[in-house]
Design a binder for this molecule. Structure first.
Ligand SMILES: [Zn+2]
Length: 570
């Protein structure tokens, strides 16, 4: 009987707390409270834990109970143990920390999944020797003559040598296969076999690329490029098969689960056409998705953006889908002409405006890629004009990147109801940016200025071409502002507390897909998405936070990943 009383109290408290969060949680609580005690037996309980609820009161609790995918009780061990029945899966967390599942608010996860099973990655490799050994291992596993592709997610600074591998090193590791090594969207190394396969003569340059020269003016073997040149050449690589797409998506999501991620907000990407969502849809249909995906549509064709969006969304209203997979509007590219355009002419702005106006009238979310804070007023002028015609303040529009956004622009974003999806690009780029811009890096990105302005800040990585997808690397960087090379950049006045950084990565990120009433914190009625960590995020030395992994990740009450000492049930 005591247990029922506990649930009712918890439920009423959460109901009270959740008064402004809409009906779903409240309805579920009422159902929970009225069913008889025998039916309260939990499907899963986690006990002997340090549960960081991230609810309004920053509570730490000992245990939680899950039933039918939702959290039904949170409290002390005794109260939760009372809910254990004959069928209940009991997880003794051994006093480890439990956090809400992490949500990356800007990750190109759908695209990453398509090729994950056939790419080599250098994430967290600490030396060039280790990177070469991963290439060699992949070569041994692949069939003769197969491509080996490293499509970003690494930087010179992660290697002790602080440089890129040379063509000779790559050829020594993999002499016989075509190899593509991409550094962000700015550098590319192709082996002779790769050039041969792409039909590029040894002395020729692919479109929009130049040869990198050393101090003596000799070509290093590396090509310098930018995003469009690199993307169009990448499109000529042999495509992974549909089976590769499905296997890769499954593997990539499992890798995200290993790092405590249970959700992503996905902004599409270059050459990501509707047909390439099939692997994702197949896993969804098979109930095999282990990461919740809210996706937006990225404009692919110049001059037909509005027609394309109208066509693609005829059966896809805003929010269509379910808690595992749903449509979340358009962007991060809305028109090709406005993309990375800091000084758009009147015609470009007008065409962009037409798409925004249509999206606003459909009640759609719009996310925009914008890098340069100095030119952001151009975009905000357009949004303010639109907002006078069609209100956008409740549509949860967002801007991605913006490492140097000003306080004035943040105030304008706040009054338009626009959130900021912030990433750890300065973790990789900070040393370069400091060399170019000096002390400006102290406020890059201005995390706390944004919080003070009242802007919703979501966390993420922009993985996997330009960054590692590891959320704990991003969390560590939020807390110490240090680049991958170990140099401090951001100042302490722009440094969030550990709890706030975690809120960026959970509840705030959930806001961008209208899911903050369903997930992002651990509260009665919310979806049971959480991770049991191998070390205590709240007390571990900051410089070790980046090494944190999950030992058990749960999505909707289902264990999707487990490592020793835990085991996933069959
Ligand atoms: Zn972007």
């Amino acid at each position: 009987m005591k247990s029922v009383v506990t649930i009712v109290q918890e439920g009423l408290r959460a109901l009270h707390n959740a008064a402004s969060l809409g009906g779903a949680a409240a309805a579920l609580l009422c159902a929970t409270i009225t069913v008889p005690a025998s039916a309260q037996e939990a499907d899963l309980v986690v006990i002997h834990a340090k549960v960081a609820t991230l609810d309004g009161g920053s509570r730490i609790e000992e245990a939680l109970a899950v039933r039918r995918g939702h959290i039904t009780a949170i409290g002390n061990d005794a109260a939760i143990q009372a809910l254990i029945g004959s069928r209940t899966q009991v997880v003794d967390a051994g006093r480890r920390t439990v956090i809400p599942g992490l949500i990356d608010s800007h990750m190109h996860a759908v695209r990453a999944g398509l090729s994950y099973s056939v790419e080599v990655n250098w994430i967290d490799a600490r030396t060039i020797a280790e990177a070469m050994s991963r290439l060699r291992t992949a070569a041994h596993r692949s069939r003769p003559g197969a491509w080996l592709v490293i499509a970003g997610g690494w930087t010179e600074q992660q290697f002790e040598e602080r440089r890129r591998p040379t063509l000779q090193e790559v050829l020594t590791a993999v002499p016989e296969q075509p190899v593509w090594i991409q550094l962000f969207y700015s550098g590319l190394l192709l082996t002779p076999k790769a050039r041969e396969s792409l039909g590029i003569a040894a002395d020729a340059l692919p479109p929009k690329m130049t040869a990198q020269l050393d101090a003596q003016g000799n070509p290093t073997g590396w090509l310098e490029s930018e995003i469009t040149g690199l993307s169009s050449l990448f499109d000529r690589l042999p495509k992974p098969t549909p089976q590769d797409n499905v296997a890769g998506t499954r593997q990539f999501f499992a890798e995200l689960n290993r790092l405590g991620i249970t959700g992503v907000v996905d902004p599409g990407g270059f050459s990501l056409y509707p047909s390439q969502y099939r692997a994702l849809q197949q896993l969804w249909r098979e109930h095999a998705l282990t990461v919740r995906v809210a996706f937006s549509l990225f404009a692919q064709n110049a001059d037909s953006e509005l027609a394309d969006f109208k066509n693609m969304t005829q059966l896809l209203p805003m929010g269509f889908g379910d808690d595992m997979l749903k449509f979340n509007g358009i962007g991060e590219r809305v028109t090709l002409a406005m993309y990375n355009n800091d000084a758009p002419d009147a015609t470009t702005q007008e065409k962009f405006y037409e798409v925004l106006q249509w999206a606003a009238r459909q009640g759609m979310a719009v996310t925009i890629h914008w890098v340069d804070g100095k030119s952001l007023p151009v975009l905000l002028d357009i949004y303010e004009r639109l907002n006078r015609e069609v209100a956008i303040t409740d549509l949860r529009w967002s801007i991605a990147h913006l490492d140097d956004v000003s306080a004035q622009s943040l105030a304008r974003m706040k009054s338009l109801g626009i959130g900021w999806t912030m990433q750890d690009s300065m973790y990789f780029a900070g040393d370069r940016v400091r060399a170019a811009r000096g002390d400006a890096v102290l406020h890059m990105p201005p995390l706390m200025t944004a919080v003070r302005a009242g802007v919703v800040v979501g966390a993420g990585t922009d993985a996997h071409r330009v960054a590692t997808y590891n959320p704990f690397i991003a969390l560590q960087w939020m807390l110490d502002g240090k680049t991958i090379g170990g140099n401090a950049t951001r100042g302490s006045d722009e440094t969030p507390s550990r709890e706030l950084a975690l809120r960026f990565y959970t509840l705030n990120s959930a806001w961008f897909s209208f899911d903050d009433d369903k997930r992002g914190s651990l509260a009665v009625g919310k979806l049971a998405d959480f991770a049991i960590l191998d070390q205590d995020y709240f007390t571990a030395p900051v410089e070790q936070i980046g090494r944190t992994v999950s030992l058990m990740t749960v999505v909707g009450g289902k264990v999707v990943y487990a490592a020793a000492p835990f085991v996933a049930p069959r």
